[in-house]
Write a protein that binds this ligand. Structure first.
Ligand SMILES: Cc1cc2nc3c(=O)[nH]c(=O)nc-3n(C[C@H](O)[C@H](O)[C@H](O)COP(=O)(O)O)c2cc1C
Ligand code: SF4
Length: 433
């Protein structure tokens, strides 16, 4: 099964290549085909030769119009983000609890009750991951770090990412109203909020404009389709019309007009449920400058999670994918694996018994945690532990975030390069068995 990946010709081949100024130009081979013979291609030939979609421009970076979204815990670390960037697109490391990828840091802190030591280990891991991704990228594309606003160490993760050389900070799961202040010493770092509706976009823009800062792009994530934490306050609202892409993109463009901001100044990046080339073109036609994908990148060969993690996501059927309340107090979407199934059966009872207690692993990862704070409206489990199990491929005990839509290559695990090529051109290449 390969979803809708049956196109084998490029419908865009006849379109003229865009002509662009600037430093690194992932489209340079369009303009000077002789470079193809004289150099190792910066973007592999098939993508370069076949896409004619306009580039995403963020600060002085010219990128392929595809963004790999940040995925915690550890699902998008240096290997995935660095590979995506090396191919000319934006790759995003998720900052949360990255020590899980570093045996030395885990040996020192896995059983620790010392919150300061756990936090310090995570900052070391974040520094290592950002530097390794930049090494892989070799100056191509862009390496971003995703920091969730809901995470207790949000400010420390933002600062560390900037100090380690991240080229963009992407903040979701809450409104990043203070991001301009936090990053004031790093004016070259692009700031990218993840928002879900025009109201949130207007709020952030107005607040940031008072500090003379504008976002360098905005990710518009649709809670109806996306994976992980969703940008709607309640489960009943995830399908609400104010989150539909046409409405949010049009609303965002209207807000920009009202605030006197040029449309090109803040590229809009649509996220959630994107799995085919026609969708990419449709969203660009609606006014987006790029698309962001999570689940399809999580299951690539270079995805940083265990192969079993990828298998669970790739083999999930529509009826296996559920939405529920996360510990962070936001709706979330995941695969109904054994742990989640049994948790959901007990959820109501657990909520009635919710009570304040110490963080069960002394990590205090969240500002607000349903389990620790005894908040009956939020999830009653430790999300850090569950996501950590999933990262290691523990199908029985893990929590496996996944979007609602089919995957570009069905159950097949394929390289990032082929995914980018397919999204940009519709060309799916040789199908895996
Ligand atoms: C396993 C997984 C973990 C995720 N973790 C985060 C996260 O830590 N922070 C965040 O802002 N988004 C997170 N996301 C959302 C993605 O960045 C992306 O916006 C979303 O998955 C897009 O929808 P799609 O999966 O349908 O492509 C996660 C997604 C997945 C699949
Ligand atoms: S109990 Fe809550 S705050 Fe503590 S690590 Fe788990 S999810 Fe984070």
């Amino acid at each position: 099964m390969h979803g809708d990946c049956c196109h084998n010709t490029n419908p865009l081949a006849h379109l003229p290549a865009p002509s662009l100024p600037g430093n690194f130009d992932p489209y340079q081979f369009f303009k000077n085909p002789r470079l193809l013979q004289s150099a190792v291609p910066i973007i592999p030939k098939p993508i370069v030769q076949q896409t004619a979609l306009p580039p995403l421009i963020i600060k002085n970076h010219q990128l392929l119009p595809i963004v790999q979204g940040g995925m915690g815990v550890g699902v998008s670390a240096h290997r995935l983000a660095g590979t995506v960037a090396s191919l000319g697109a934006m790759g995003t490391i998720s900052s949360v609890d990255l020590r899980r990828h570093h045996p030395d840091l885990m040996a020192a802190t896995a059983k620790s009750r010392d919150k300061a030591a756990i936090n310090a280990a995570n900052l070391v891991a974040l520094d290592r991951e950002v530097r390794a991704a930049l090494d892989l990228a070799q100056g191509r594309g862009m390496v971003a770090v995703n920091v969730m606003r809901a995470v207790a160490e949000y400010a420390a993760y933002v600062r560390q990412s900037c100090e380690s050389g991240a080229q963009a900070i992407v903040v979701g799961a809450g409104l990043p109203l203070d991001l301009p202040e936090l990053t004031a010493a790093f004016p070259d770092v692009a700031l990218i909020p993840v928002l879900s509706d025009a109201r949130g976009i207007a709020l952030v823009l107005k607040k940031w404009m008072r500090r003379n800062r504008l976002p360098d792009a905005i990710v518009i994530e649709n809670p109806r389709f996306a994976a992980g934490h969703l940008g709607a306050p309640r489960i009943e609202e995830i399908n609400a019309p104010q989150y539909a892409f046409p409405r949010v993109i049009e609303g965002a463009l209207q807000v920009l007009r009202e605030l006197g901001i040029e449309r090109e100044r803040i590229p809009l990046i649509a996220a959630g449920g994107i799995h085919g080339h026609e969708q990419v073109r449709g969203l660009l036609n609606l006014g987006a400058s790029a698309v962001q994908l999570g689940t399809p990148f999580a299951v690539t060969e270079e995805g940083d999670a265990h192969p079993e993690f990828k298998r669970v996501l790739a083999e999930a059927r529509p009826e296996d994918i559920v939405t529920f309340m996360s510990t962070a107090g936001l709706p979330a979407r995941a695969v109904k694996t054994p742990w989640l199934e049994s948790y959901l059966l007990k959820e109501e009872k657990l909520c009635t018994k919710a009570h304040k207690r110490d963080c069960i692993v002394s990590f205090d990862c969240l500002h607000q945690c349903g389990l620790r704070d005894g908040d009956a409206k939020a999830g009653q489990f430790c999300i850090d532990l569950r996501l950590g199990y999933a990262l290691k491929g523990d199908v029985q005990r893990g929590l496996f975030f996944r979007g609602s839509e089919p995957l570009p290559f069905g159950r097949a695990i394929r390289p990032v390069r082929e995914l980018l090529q397919y999204l940009l051109t519709g060309f799916a290449g040789v199908q895996a068995a």
